[in-house]
Write a protein that binds this ligand. Structure first.
Ligand code: AMP
Length: 389
């Protein structure tokens, strides 16, 4: 597979698929610009090579006309302009005369960003369905294609796999390369003991990852709401805690197969996610909601982390949207940050927690792709990478 540095980019028109699927609040402001910052190395490399840069990205899902107003990439173009200290020419369209004319008038070092690629989904899911006519059109806009959107590499969409299939010169960018360099070794040859920390709410999305990890990891520490599904599967009272009902049988199966799964031994229990008053309990009552791991669980998890050489973490330890229940996640961040081990955070909510809590630089790698990193851990080949190969 070619890397960006394997290509002669001098003066070329380069299409870069970036992952600017950033969280945006109700006021239309970007809440976390990490993914934009992570794209800068590739963009700066293209600027140094006097390229004309054409950026493509999706932003959220586009299902209704209303989404066209809420999911525009314009705000992202403005943020990128601040970060690069350069004008970013935003084109509010995904194809047509405006796109064609803007691109034919580009000069060296110009940056053009097209509108959200998923605007094409309103008309028969052309982006998500990898429509070849659309992919061919986007590929025709440049000389070279760089896939630097790790967060979408597990999807075969027109703007990643489609373009790659319709262009000769292609490579992965610095971000995708960095992700693979950090994630592949922990799948293939992790320094042991290899401990996986899993949290968040849903098991159903992570079933295949958990199956594969049960074979590969030495210990699997389960916190967050996910733990309550495992505890319920063991017949333990979980009160009104969030349960992933459809995964109860899977949880039972996993617990019967392995004793590597370590579950919480105490909880911060309350009667509502918004209630900041909680009681620390080892056993939940029928009306309790477990919202964070308790101090004994933190010590238990730390005792496994302490003896580990590699950590992979996906999913927060509690209902972190309420700061009262961020403690377990924060304590583990703090503990891991002081150890000299390989520590990888697998994107999504956990990456946002680690970044917002100020620990990003203390981890070996914080992935930009939740789904993509989990699929790599399932042992799958990612189509976005395959199309470059
Ligand atoms: P997931 O999308 O499956 O990774 O889950 C992330 C979500 O899990 C976040 O919104 C967390 O607030 C939520 N979460 C984690 N622990 C708990 C808990 N104990 N109770 C309710 N929600 C939780």
């Amino acid at each position: 597979m070619k890397k960006i540095t394997d290509l002669d980019l001098k003066g070329k028109k380069v299409i870069i698929r970036v992952d600017y699927n950033v969280p945006i609040n109700d006021k239309g402001e970007i809440v976390d610009d990490n993914r934009i910052r992570e794209s800068l190395q590739t963009i700066n490399y293209c600027l140094d090579n006097d390229c004309k840069i054409i950026l493509l990205s999706h932003l959220g899902k586009v299902k209704t006309e209303e989404d066209l107003k809420k999911k525009s990439l314009r705000v992202v173009a403005e943020r990128l302009s601040e970060l690069t200290n350069k004008e970013v020419i935003f084109v509010g369209a995904t194809r047509g005369d405006l796109v064609n004319n803007t691109i034919s008038n580009m000069k060296a070092k110009d940056i053009v960003m097209l509108e959200n690629t998923r605007f094409e989904d309103l008309d028969g899911k052309k982006e998500s369905g990898c429509d070849n006519e659309l992919a061919k059109y986007w590929a025709s806009l440049g000389d070279v294609f760089i896939n630097d959107a790790f967060g979408t590499c597990h999807r075969a969409h027109a703007s990643n796999v489609g373009i790659a299939n319709n262009i000769k010169e292609k490579a992965v960018g610095f971000l995708v390369q960095k992700e693979l360099d950090n994630l592949l070794p922990i799948i293939n040859e992790p320094a042991r003991p290899f401990t996986v920390i899993l949290g968040g709410a849903k098991i159903v999305d992570k079933i295949e990852t958990i199956r594969n990890l049960v074979k590969k990891a030495d210990y699997i520490l389960v916190g967050g709401a996910m733990a309550y599904t495992f505890l319920k599967a063991k017949g333990i009272e979980t009160g009104k805690s969030l349960i992933d009902e459809e995964s109860l049988d899977f949880a039972k199966e996993m617990l019967s197969l392995t004793d590597k799964i370590i579950l919480p031994v105490d909880h911060l229990a309350s009667d509502s996610v918004d209630n900041n008053n909680y009681t620390t309990k080892e056993e939940l009552d029928i009306n309790d909601i477990g919202l964070d791991i308790g101090p004994k669980t933190i010590s238990l998890f730390e005792s496994y982390i302490e003896k580990s050489k590699t950590i992979f973490w996906n999913g927060p330890m509690g209902y972190y949207e309420n700061p009262t229940y961020q403690n377990g996640t924060k304590e583990l961040c703090d503990y891991i940050s002081k150890l000299d081990i390989t520590s990888i955070v697998g994107g999504g909510d956990t990456a946002s927690c680690v970044i917002n809590m100020g620990y990003k630089d203390k981890f070996t790698h914080v992935s930009t792709g939740g789904g993509a990193s989990l699929e790599l851990l399932e042992g799958k080949d990612l189509p976005g990478i395959g199309a470059i190969k």
